[in-house]
Design a protein around this ligand. Sequence first.
Ligand code: AMP
Length: 303
Amino acid sequence: MSLSVVATIDGMRRTLAPLRREGKVIGLVPTMGALHAGHGRLMELARRETDCVVVSVFVNPTQFNDQQDYAKYPRTLPRDVEFCQALGAELVFAPDAAEMYPQPATSFVEVAGVSERLCGEFRPGHFRGVATVVAKLFHIVQPDRAYFGEKDAQQLAVIRRMVRDLDIPVTVVGVPTVREPDGLALSSRNQRLSPEERSLAPAVYRTLQRIRSRIADGAGDPREIRQDAVAELERVPGMRVEYLEIVDPEEMRPVGRIEGPVLAAAAVWLGSTRLIDNQLCAPANASPSGRLPPEKALRRPTK
Ligand code: AMP
């Protein structure tokens, strides 16, 4: 099947209905476009695990709490379509804002708790926008499997919680972060870094790696680790730490003492660009997988 680009919800439903009737397994990769190898990894996995890969490309206005950030977000649809074609996707869903929000929305998906910490604290309304648009995409595409990057670990936790709470029949798959050779996590926002900023940006990854080895070596006090890490990052010219926290990987709640797997998560500003990254860490005697907990581990215990 060659690639089709569909801009309407009705068009998506009409295209997907016969495939679903044939029993095809549908995979969804939700994106905001400006596609790079990080998105590519999600698509490759979807390609392997499903019969029909749908990539949505939609810069969702309701998840931006800064209108300037929304306005300057890169939009590269023709290139994105070529990228999806090269990776063997079947469908690109590229609606405009009027298609997704014909009138200002009055219904929202709010995932309390996990949405309120880390990025949620600094970007009010962000995760409500994310959860709502992903719920809409799930209703439009009705995928069997949906792929999300671990780079946005809190987003992944929010989506997993939403799917569980609302019994949405989709398997959420987390995909490890794809990085540049120097460790910088690939992000559409990296394009905005000046050459000088780009050369400084891997400091975030290096600091997270140092946290990881300290924790593996037995450091148990998150406050001490946090203080040293923030000081290290603030020494980088032009870098300002928005948050750096050591949290539990499901609820994103800061931990008092490190006794099992934790997530070190950071958001930093480099000039006018905001970068986020995270690293799963564990004491040497705890889970060695280096991955976020799979969906199975998050399911409710049976009574
Ligand atoms: P975005 O277009 O930035 O909203 O990202 C769309 C999806 O791609 C999200 O699930 C992201 O977590 C994922 N993603 C973005 N960057 C990376 C990366 N470097 N590695 C893996 N997944 C990524």
